[in-house]
Design a protein around this ligand. Sequence first.
Ligand SMILES: *[C@@H]1O[C@H](CO)[C@@H](O)[C@H](O)[C@H]1NC(C)=O
Ligand SMILES: *[C@@H]1O[C@H](CO)[C@@H](O)[C@H](O)[C@H]1NC(C)=O
Ligand SMILES: *[C@@H]1O[C@H](CO)[C@@H](O)[C@H](O)[C@H]1NC(C)=O
Length: 462
Amino acid sequence: MQRLCNPKITRLTGITRPNVIATMRRVQTFVAMVFIGTVFLVVYSTLKLEMAYSHKVPQEDVPTQHSVQIQDRYLTTQLPMEKEKEEEREEEEKKAEVPAIPHEDVYNVSFSVALRETIPQNAAYWNRLLYSRLASLDKGDKPSALDTHWSHCRETNQESLQANMHDFASYSALLQTFVQGINCRTPSVLISQPDKCVSEKGKAHDHTFLLFAIKSNPKHFERRQAVRETWGKEGVYQNGLRVRLVFLLGNLKEDDPDLDPLVSFEAKHFRDILQWDFEESLLNLTLKMNMLLEWTVTNCSNVSFVFSGDDDVFVNTHQLLSYLQSLQPSQASQLYAGQIINSATPLRDPNNKYYIPVSFYDGAYPSYFGGGGFVISGTFLKPLHSLTHVIPFFPIDDVYVGMCFKALKVAPVAHDKFHTFDIYEKDRENLCVHKSLILVHRRSPRQLKKLWKGIQSPFLTC
Ligand SMILES: *[C@@H]1O[C@H](CO)[C@@H](O)[C@H](O)[C@H]1NC(C)=O
Ligand SMILES: *[C@@H]1O[C@H](CO)[C@@H](O)[C@H](O)[C@H]1NC(C)=O
Ligand SMILES: *[C@@H]1O[C@H](CO)[C@@H](O)[C@H](O)[C@H]1NC(C)=O
C-alpha cells in the first residue's frame, strides 16, 4: 500500500490542513522561483542557439569561417573582413540558383510587426529562428541574400541540433529530416512550363483569370487525368474567363520504380506539369508551395486568382468562377478564401502525423485554410514569395500560408461552400448539393467524372 501511494499527492493533500498562510508564502516563493528560472532558460537558450551556430564544426574541409557563415547567415554577424568574399560568392550563387528577384517593396518592417503580435517570442527553435531573422531584417539585411545553396543548406551536426532542441532525438525521422533541411529552398527545376500563361498576341481574352495549381505526386496519373477531363479542364468559361491548370510534382525515392519517362511524356503531351528535384513527402509541401510561388512570380505573374489544392478534390469550377467574378474590386485584389480553421493549436501527440513538439514551435496557429483547396488573389504572389525568405519553413504547409497572410495583415475570408472536411454522408451522391458548393475533398477519379457530368446535365432540376 505504501508503495502505491504517490508522494506528490500526499504533499498536496497535506497543504489544506495546518498553517495555510505559511503554505501560501511557500507557494509564492515557489512561483517566483519558477518565473526567474523560466526567464533564465529563455535567455540561456537564445544565447545557446547563437553559440551552437557560431561554434559549429564544419563537416567538409572548406575553411572554417566560410562554412559557418553559409549555414548561419541569419544568426551570426559577419566579420567585415569576410564580407566582400561572401558577397562575391552570393552573387555567383544567386546567378546559378535563384532566378527570381524577390520584390523589395514588402521588405519593410510593417509585416514584422504583425508577425510579432501573432507569434510569441520564446525558447522554441522555430520561434527563435523567426525572431533572429526579424532582427536581421531590422538591421537592414536583405532577406534575398540569405538563401543558402541547395548543396549545403542541410544542417547535419547532431550536437548543434540537440543543443537547440533538447529532445531532438525523440522527433520522428521525418520531422528530423524536415528540421535539418529547413533552410533548403532552391531545388533544381526538372520540368517547367515557361509559356503557360503567355498571351497569344491579339487575343484579348487570353489573360489568365484563374490558375489551378494542384499538388500531385508523380504516381497519380489517374487522378491528374480525371482533373483534366473534369473541373480542371483548361479553356474559356462563362463571360470569357480563362482557366489554366498546372500540377506540382516532386520526385520519387531512388528505390521507387522509375516513372520519369512517363511523367516527361505526360508533360510534353499536356503541358501542365511542373516538377522539381525534391522528394515527395508530407513535410516537403511547404517547399512545394514555395516553388509554386517562385514559378508564378517568374512565369505567371499576371494571373487574377490562384487556386491551390489537392488532386483528390472536386471543384465546381462554374460556381468558383461566379464567386470570383462577383467580388468587388477591392475584395478581388485582397482575397484569401477557403474553409477556415480558427484557433488551432499544435498537436502534441507524437503519434499524429501533424505532431509538433513544444521544443520546435510554441504558440497558437493563426487562422488558416484547409490545404485541400483555397484561393488567393494574384496580387499576393509577389508579397508571399518575398515573405518565404523571412518566415522559416513550417512543417505544415496550410499553417505556413496562414502565417504569411497574417504577416501581410490579410484576414482570411471564410467561405461556407468550401468543404475540405467533406460533407454529410447522405449528401455525397446528391448532385444538387454539388451544384451549389465550390469544393469538396476526397473524391476518386471515377466520382469526379460522375459528379462533373451530373451537375452539368440539362435534366438536373434542383
Ligand atoms: C524533402 O526533399 C529533400 C530533397 O529531396 C529530401 O532530402 C528530404 O528528405 C525531404 N524532406 C522530408 C521531410 O521528407
Ligand atoms: C519563365 O521563367 C524562366 C526562369 O525564370 C524565365 O527564363 C522565362 O523567361 C520565364 N518565361 C516567361 C514567359 O516569362
Ligand atoms: C495583366 O492583366 C491585366 C488584367 O487584369 C491586363 O489589363 C494587363 O494588360 C495584363 N498585363 C500583361 C503584361 O499581360
